[in-house]
Design a protein around this ligand. Structure first.
Ligand code: BGC
Length: 735
C-alpha cells in the first residue's frame, strides 16, 4: 500500500511539472510579466473599507477589500482599480459571510446540529447568491476549527468537537459557496480557516497559545482542512494562535510543507486580521518589517490589515530577505483567483440586483428548515411537547422577542427588521400572554417576576426563551462561567412555581451548563442562535407541526470546570468504571486513599450532562443490533453494516443514525470512539427500515507511531446508535 502511494505521488508530481499551462495560467504569467514590484505588492495588500480606498485602488496599492457591502461603493473602488490603475487589475471584494448574508441561517454550530450536509450546502449557496448580489465574491468561511471547550466564544462559528462532522459540514459549505464553477457570478470563493489549531486555545481563552502535537494536528485538526482543500476551497486563512511557539502566520511547515508539498493545494493564503503584525506581540518578529518577511517566506500570499507587506516588501526584496520568486508565487495565486472568478470580464456588480434577491421567499423557507433541523430536544418529561392542545400560553424570557440577538454572532448584514421572533410566530398559533420577565440575557432585575408567575397561572403552559445575547459568543467572547447569565435561571424557577407545564427554549452561541434549569422545566429545546426564521421554526416545533431531529455537535457539560471534555478522547490507564466516589460519599477524616482510582471529578463525577450526538424526538426509535456483512476484513475491503431502525412512537420523525468505531489496540493510543458515518432517516409511525452504512476500511487509518497514515490490522468495535454513548458494541477484525 505504501509503495503504491509513493508511485502514485511521483506520477502526480511528474504530471504536474509537465502539464501544459492552462488558459488561466497563461493569462496570469502574461500579466505578471508586465507588473512592477510595487504593483505586485499592491495585489498582496488587503484593506478594510470602501469608498475611501479609491485613491489606493487607482494607484494599484490594494488587491482586495473587506467589510464594504454597498454595491455603489464597491463599484466606485472597482472603477478606480479597473479604469485608473496602470494595469486595470480588479479588486477582490470580501466579507465575513459566516451563516448567511441578509437571510441569516442558524449559527454554524447550530447548522452542524442538523447533521444534514445537504441543508448546510443549500444555506451556503443562498448566502453566496445574496452576497454576490451586493458585490461580495469572497467569504471568510467555513471555520473548520475543531473546538472542544465551550468557554471559547468561537465555538459558535464552527461545527463543534468532531473531526468527521467538521469534514462533512466544511465540504458542504465550500460546495455551496463556490457552486459548480467559480466563474458563475453567484459563486463566492470560500476561505477555510483558521489554519490551524485555533480552537485548541488553552482554557478556552480566545487567541491563547496551543500545544498540539504533530500527530494530533494530523489526526484531529487537519482532516477538515485537507478535505475542503481537496474539494476545491479557493483560499485559506492562517490563525492567530501559536502552536508550540510558532505563530501560524509564520509557520513554514504548515503553509509550505504540509499545505503545498504534501496536499498539493494551489489556492491562495491570506493572513487573519493583522495576524502578521501580531507576531511582534507574540515575540516571534522583531518589528513589522520582520513579520512581513517571516509571513511571506512561510508561504502567505495576502496580508489582511497589518500594512507590513505594502510598507516593507520592496525593501525586503532589495535586501535579499524575500526573493522575487516568493512574491511571484503569492501574486500568481491572487491573480489566478481573480481570473477564475471572472473578475476581469465582469468586475462590476449590478446595483439593482440585491433588492431583487435578498430575503427571497425560498431563502427564508430554507433558513426556516435549517432552524427546524438545528433544534435539539434535550428533555421532554411526560411528553409535554408538543403543546398541541394548549390554547393560552405564557411567553416569557429575554430571547422571546429579540430579533437582533437571535441572529447570533457574525451576522453583520442581516437586518433585524426581517427577523421573525418566537413571540411573533407563536401569536399565530396560540392566545399568547406576553411578559418579558427580563429585558436582556444579563438582566438581573427581578421586579416583574411576580407578574410573570401570575401570568403563568392563567395560562395552559409557559414557554420561556432564555440564552445569550449575540454579543456573548463569537470572537473575543470567552466565558469562564457557562450558566445562564443574569436572572434567567431564577426566571425559569419562578415560572415553574405556577405549576403549569414549562417549556424552556435556549437560544445561545455555545453549549451552556443548563443542568439546574432542566430541573425546573418539563421540556427543553436547545436551538443555538437560529437566525432570521428562528421564530417560525421554533413555533412549528412547539406546536408539533415539526418534530425535533437535531443532535448535539458538542458534549454538554454539567459544569464549566469539566472543559475541555469531548467524547472521542483517548483512554486513560484508569478509565472510569461507574464506581466513582463522589464528595458526599467521602467520610469526614477519611484515610488518604486515591478515591475511586479513576479519571473523574469528585463533584461532577465522570459523565457529561449530555453526550455528543444526543437529541430526543417527539417520537421514539429502536435500533436492532447491527449486523456486519463480514466480520473479518482486509485493508482494501469496504465494511458494510446493516441495521434496522424502527419508529416506535406516534409521530413521523427523523432520526440521525450514527456509526462509531473504536480501534482497540494501536501503536499509539486510539480514541474510545470515533464518528465515522451518520445518516438522517425519516420514518412514519410504526415504520421500520434496514439501513446500510458503508465504510472503506481505509478510513480507519490514522497517523501512527512512525507518523505514517495507515490502517493497523487488529480488533475493532463498532456501534450504531442515536448518540455517542448508546448502542451495543459489535466486534470486527482487520487483517
Ligand atoms: C477573524 C476572522 C475574520 C477576520 C476578518 C478576524 O478577527 O479572526 O475569522 O475572518 O477577522 O473579519
Amino acid at each position: 500500500m505504501k509503495i503504491r502511494n509513493i508511485i502514485l505521488g511521483t506520477v502526480m508530481l511528474i504530471a504536474a511539472s509537465c502539464a501544459p499551462k492552462n488558459e488561466t495560467e497563461r493569462k496570469v504569467d502574461e500579466l505578471l510579466s508586465r507588473m512592477t514590484l510595487r504593483e505586485k505588492v499592491g495585489q498582496m495588500n488587503q484593506l478594510s473599507g470602501g469608498a475611501w480606498l479609491v485613491d489606493q485602488a487607482a494607484r494599484g496599492e490594494v488587491g482586495s477589500i473587506l467589510n464594504c457591502v454597498d454595491p455603489s461603493e464597491i463599484n466606485a473602488v472597482q472603477k478606480a482599480a479597473v479604469e485608473q490603475s496602470r494595469l486595470g487589475i480588479p479588486i477582490l471584494v470580501s466579507r465575513d459571510v459566516i451563516h448567511g448574508f441578509r437571510t441569516i441561517f442558524p449559527i454554524p454550530l447550530g447548522q452542524a446540529a442538523t447533521f444534514d450536509p445537504a441543508i448546510v450546502e443549500q444555506g451556503a449557496r443562498i448566502s453566496a447568491i445574496e452576497a454576490t448580489a451586493s458585490g461580495v465574491r469572497w467569504t471568510f468561511s467555513p471555520m473548520l476549527d475543531v473546538a472542544r471547550d465551550p468557554r471559547w466564544g468561537r465555538v459558535a462559528e464552527g461545527s463543534g468537537e468532531d473531526p468527521y462532522l467538521d469534514v462533512q459540514m466544511g465540504v458542504a459549505m465550500v460546495k455551496g459557496y463556490q457552486g459548480a464553477d467559480l466563474s458563475d457570478p453567484t459563486a463566492m470563493a470560500a476561505c477555510i480557516k483558521h489554519f490551524v489549531g485555533y480552537g485548541a486555545a488553552e482554557g478556552g481563552r480566545d487567541y491563547n497559545s496551543t500545544m498540539i502535537s504533530e500527530r494530533s494536528l494530523r489526526n484531529t485538526y487537519f482532516p477538515a482542512f485537507k478535505a475542503t482543500a481537496e474539494a476545491g476551497a479557493a483560499t485559506l486563512m492562517t490563525s492567530f494562535n501559536e502552536i508550540d511557539g510558532i505563530p501560524s502566520t509564520g509557520n513554514r511547515w504548515l503553509l509550505k510543507d504540509v499545505l503545498r508539498d504534501e496536499w498539493g493545494w494551489d489556492g491562495m493564503v491570506v493572513t487573519d486580521w493583522n495576524s502578521a503584525g501580531e507576531m511582534i506581540a507574540h515575540g516571534f518578529s522583531r518589528d513589522l518589517k520582520h513579520s512581513a518577511e517571516q509571513a511571506i517566506n512561510a508561504g502567505v500570499d495576502m496580508d489582511m490589515m497589518s500594512y507590513g507587506f505594502i510598507q516593507y516588501v520592496e525593501e525586503l526584496v532589495k535586501e535579499g530577505k524575500v526573493s522575487e520568486k516568493e512574491i511571484d508565487r503569492a501574486v500568481r495565486n491572487i491573480l489566478k483567483l481573480k481570473f477564475e472568478l471572472g473578475l476581469f470580464e465582469n468586475p462590476y456588480v449590478d446595483e439593482t440586483l440585491s433588492a431583487k434577491v435578498d430575503y427571497a421567499p425560498e431563502h427564508l423557507a430554507a433558513a426556516k428548515q435549517a432552524a427546524v433541523e438545528s433544534a435539539i430536544l434535550l428533555q421532554n418529561r411526560n411528553n409535554v411537547l408538543p403543546l398541541d392542545k394548549a390554547r393560552t400560553i405564557l411567553v416569557t424570557g429575554p430571547l422571546a422577542d429579540a430579533p437582533y440577538e437571535q441572529m447570533g454572532t457574525w451576522a453583520f448584514d442581516g437586518q433585524k427588521e426581517y427577523t421573525v421572533t418566537p413571540l411573533a410566530a407563536l401569536r399565530e398559533e396560540y392566545d399568547v400572554i406576553w411578559e418579558p420577565g427580563l429585558e436582556y440575557s444579563r438582566d438581573k432585575d427581578k421586579s416583574s417576576f411576580a407578574r410573570v408567575r401570575a401570568a403563568a397561572s392563567r395560562a395552559d403552559a409557559a414557554v420561556v426563551f432564555v440564552g445569550e445575547e449575540a454579543i456573548l459568543s463569537g470572537e473575543a467572547h470567552s466565558l469562564s462561567d457557562l450558566n445562564l447569565q443574569g436572572a434567567q435561571s431564577e426566571l425559569i424557577a419562578e415560572v415553574a412555581k405556577a405549576g403549569k407545564p414549562v417549556v424552556v427554549v435556549v437560544m445561545a452561541g455555545r453549549p451552556l451548563t443548563i443542568e439546574r434549569d432542566l430541573a425546573n422545566c418539563d421540556a427543553m429545546l436547545y436551538s443555538f442562535h437560529p437566525g432570521t426564521m428562528g421564530g417560525p421554526a421554533l413555533a412549528d416545533l412547539i406546536k408539533g407541526k415539526a418534530v425535533p431531529s437535531g443532535k448535539l455537535p458538542m458534549t454538554f457539560l454539567r459544569d464549566a470546570g469539566q472543559a475541555p471534555f469531548y467524547y472521542n478522547h483517548n483512554n486513560t490507564g484508569r478509565p472510569c468504571n461507574g464506581t466513582e466516589t463522589l464528595l458526599e460519599d467521602i467520610p469526614v477524616a477519611a484515610g488518604q486513599t486515591s478515591l475511586g482510582c479513576t479519571s473523574y471529578y469528585l463533584d461532577t463525577g465522570y459523565g457529561p450532562l449530555f453526550p455528543f450526538g444526543y437529541g430526543l424526538s417527539y417520537s421514539s426509535f429502536e435500533y436492532d443490533k447491527p449486523v456486519l456483512e463480514k466480520n473479518v476484513l482486509g485493508c482494501d475491503d469496504v465494511l458494510r453494516v446493516n441495521f434496522t431502525l424502527r419508529n416506535t412512537g406516534k409521530y413521523e420523525a427523523t432520526e440521525v443514525a450514527q456509526l462509531y468505531v473504536q480501534d482497540l489496540v494501536g501503536s499509539v493510543v486510539r480514541p474510545v470512539k470515533e464518528l465515522k458515518r451518520f445518516q438522517r432517516v425519516s420514518l412514519a409511525p410504526g415504520e421500520s427500515r434496514t439501513v446500510t452504512f458503508e465504510l472503506p476500511v481505509g478510513e480507519l487509518a490514522f497517523w501512527n507511531i512512525d507518523m505514517k497514515y495507515l490502517v493497523e490490522p487488529g480488533d475493532f468495535r463498532l456501534w450504531v446508535a442515536g448518540d455517542s454513548a448508546s448502542g451495543d458494541a459489535v466486534e470486527f477484525v482487520v487483517e
